[in-house]
Each structure stands twice: as structure tokens, then as C-alpha cells.
Unconditional design. Sequence first.
Length: 434
Amino acid sequence: MEGEWREGRLYPLLGILALGTFLFSTFNDNLTTTFPVLWQPIMGFVGTNSTHFVITDDGRGNQSVVYFNGWNSYWLMEKSVWGPSRSKVSNMLKIGAQMGLTVCRTWAFSDEDGPNALQLSPGVFNERVFRGLDYVIVEARKRGIRLILSLVNNLDAFGGKVRYVRWAQEAGFNVSSSVNDSFFSHSAIKDYYKAYIKAIVTRKNSLSRIKYSEEPAIFAWELINEPRCSSNSSASVLQAWITEMAVYIKSLDQKHLVTVGLEGFYGPKTAERSGVNPGEWAASLGTDFIQNSAINSIDFASVHAYPDSWIKHTDLEAKEKFLSIWMDAHISDGESVLKKPVLFTEVGFPLPINEKEHDRMLKNVYDRIYESAKKREAGAGALIWQLVEEGVEEYADKFSFIPADYPATYKLITQQSCRLRRIFSSSQTNQNSC
Ligand SMILES: *[C@@H]1O[C@H](CO)[C@@H](O)[C@H](O)[C@H]1NC(C)=O
Ligand SMILES: *[C@@H]1O[C@H](CO)[C@@H](O)[C@H](O)[C@H]1NC(C)=O
Ligand SMILES: *[C@@H]1O[C@H](CO)[C@@H](O)[C@H](O)[C@H]1NC(C)=O
Ligand SMILES: *[C@@H]1O[C@H](CO)[C@@H](O)[C@H](O)[C@H]1NC(C)=O
Ligand SMILES: *[C@@H]1O[C@H](CO)[C@@H](O)[C@H](O)[C@H]1NC(C)=O
């Protein structure tokens, strides 16, 4: 009897509760996918003044010099495509902000077949994935973080330049000589890439209603992740491509900085620097740090640092020595040859393998940047490769880690953020996590 009574009353009640929960979560999901964001923090654009990054146009009419501590999480867009995993993205940005980091480098491309591809075929986009990128940008701004958005991969992951070449072949173009590197020279492929640039740069964010070209939470456009063009070791093919593409972006967007995405190797034309390269092989990859970064429309130089992969089978001291010379050379080039800021956009040391060694190498990088900041030199910051969090381990490589799992590393990163900030802010300024 009691049982019947309970069934009679409780089941409709449970039904209403369940329906309410369903409606709430659906509505909630729609709130962040359909309705515009009405309030956004004020943010200035990042600009340059000779060898310095400056924050301009902050509404107060002043330019201030700034040095950056930042990180890479290349997977943000992909995790923003589907509602349930979006919390991973906002949480990662929150963790970054808690560590005092102010710039995050991430992929604004996905050219590989599959449900998360942004570009399905040349100039054809998956709107759902684009909304994922919209979400990343809105969340970054909310946390006071600026994004370096990379526009294509030299490597095969997420499609890369090889995918563009295949599209051209599928369209019937005769792409025969040095197939993969024809990405940089074939006119049809260059047109595909320009169409991509145009779609991204002129995109209007579906959440904030702000055009990407007007969005201060975008730090810079990066032309390509780690370009190499080994079929033309003199670097002239890449030089022409960078020039053409950088000029093209600037024709669409005058507010944002543009960088290349180089690893930083010196080419044969910069023979005096060949001793700085990690090996003879590095001069034959078709890139040249000096020439490529000197191009007018390139606003700042990008450099990576992977001593562990580049000079294998050496001891810690040899790696430290390499790193020190590598950083000094590039900062000095920025200072006296390029007269542009130099940002170390990927620095990676295997962490889970050797925590102590990792932190020692990272501290070397941070000390050099700190010294540069104190002297107002061209070494403008470093971005660690790369941070992940629980539930996104599928994106982890041997250089990736969850910050909370490594308290000493977490502290090292946070201290760097704080001491860089302290150089430039008066004591009464809000120090956030510092
Ligand atoms: C650029 O830097 C120079 C030298 O530090 C300074 O004199 C000048 O005022 C700066 N320009 C702007 C627009 O802030
Ligand atoms: C600009 O900066 C200077 C020096 O830091 C300061 O004295 C001045 O009040 C600032 N101007 C505005 C409009 O914030
Ligand atoms: C494709 O181009 C190569 C030279 O780049 C040429 O030798 C070949 O005949 C061409 N093939 C066709 C089908 O046009
Ligand atoms: C081009 O790239 C693809 C994918 O990485 C690779 O399998 C192929 O060997 C490359 N072709 C040449 C000619 O290097
Ligand atoms: C590289 O490309 C340039 C321009 O196309 C050409 O003049 C030069 O001979 C090429 N160099 C090599 C080593 O292939």
C-alpha cells in the first residue's frame, strides 16, 4: 500500500525533476553556444616598439613595456567543439591565470579528416568547430590571457602542409617536384592557404560578436608551426612564402602582430652563427632565423628550444651550455640585427623522465629572460611546452605535464610570472597570484 502511494506521488515528481535537469543543462549549454557574451574585460592590443613588446590602446592612452611568461596547450580548440569537454578548456585557462601566465599558444587549425576538422576542404569550414575556437578566445579574454594562434602545421599532425598538397593533387594539379615543400611554392596551394587566412582573420566571433581582427585577446598570428623546406636549403623559397603571407595578413588585419613560428636555426647564409646550431643538419632545413625574421611584416622573432631532442646522447652540462649559447645568440640578434622582440615560443624538457633536470633547464631559461627583462633587452619571454590537465592526457607527449602534479615546477613557473611582473609594476598594483 505504502508502496503504491509512493509510486503514485514520487514518480511524477522524479519525472519533473529529471525534465528540469535536462532542460537546465540543455539551456545552459545553449547559453554558451547560442547567446552572445555581453560583458568582456577591457584589454589592450600587444604591439612592438623596437625590441620591446608594449601594450597599447588600453583606454588610458599609455604604452607600457611588457615581458611575458606563458605556455602552450595546443588542444584547446578541439576540446571546445563538444559541450562536455569545454570545462577542460576553461579550467586550463584558469590554471594558467593562477600561475600568473598571460599568453597561451594554441592551434587555430585542424585540416585532418574527422569530426573535429575545422577545414573540411579548401575554404570549406565546419561551423561547429569554428564555434569551438570562438569559445577558446572568449574564455581566454575572461582570464586576462592572450592567444598566439598558429595557422597551419609543417608537421603531419592535424593535417599539416601535406594535407594542402593532397587537396591540390585531388583537384588535378600537377604537384610533382619535391611534393611536400610545394606547399610553399605552388600557386594553387598558396591560394588555398590565403583563403584560410582570410576566413580566420575576418571571422566574427559567434559568442562575443567581435571580429577576430578586432580582438585584443589575440596576441599574434603565427604563420606556420616549425616550418622546414629542406628541398631548398638556401631558405629563399621559404623567404618568399613568409613575405607573401605576412603581407597578406597585414592587408586584412593591421591590429595584430605576425610571427613566423620558426625553430630558430641559422641557415648557410648566416655562416658566422653556424656554431650556435645544434648540429650541421640544422643549416640544411631551408630556414634562416636572421633572414626569415628580418622580413618587414614580421613583427617579432619566434624561437624554440629542445636541447634534449636536438643534441641527443649528451650530458646535462652539454645541454645547458647549448641552451645558454642558443638563447644568448638569438637575444643578441633581436637586439642588434633584427631590432625586434624575440619570443621563445616553445621551450621543452622531458619532465616525467627527470624532474630535477627539467627544472634546472627551465630555470636557466627563466633566469635568462629575467636578466633580459631587467636590462630591457630583446629576450621578451618564454612559453613552456606544454601544459595538459586531467582528462586530456591523450594530447600529452614526453614534454607535457599537469602542473599540479609537479609542485616544484609549478612554483618555478609562478615565481617567474611574479618576478617579471614585479620589475614593471609599482608595489601597490594588484599582483594577483604574486
Ligand atoms: C618607443 O621607445 C622609445 C625608446 O625607449 C621611446 O622613447 C618612445 O617614446 C617609445 N614610443 C612609444 C610610442 O611609446
Ligand atoms: C601614463 O604613464 C605615466 C607614467 O607612468 C603616468 O604619469 C601618467 O599618469 C599615465 N597617463 C595616463 C593617462 O594614465
Ligand atoms: C608534371 O610536371 C612535371 C614537371 O614538373 C612534368 O615533367 C610532367 O610531365 C607533368 N605531368 C603532367 C601530367 O602534366
Ligand atoms: C611527404 O609527407 C608524407 C607524410 O609525412 C610522407 O609520407 C612522404 O614521404 C613525404 N614525401 C616526400 C617526398 O618527402
Ligand atoms: C632555391 O630556390 C630559389 C628560388 O626558387 C632558386 O633560385 C635556388 O636555386 C634554389 N636553391 C636550391 C639550393 O635549391
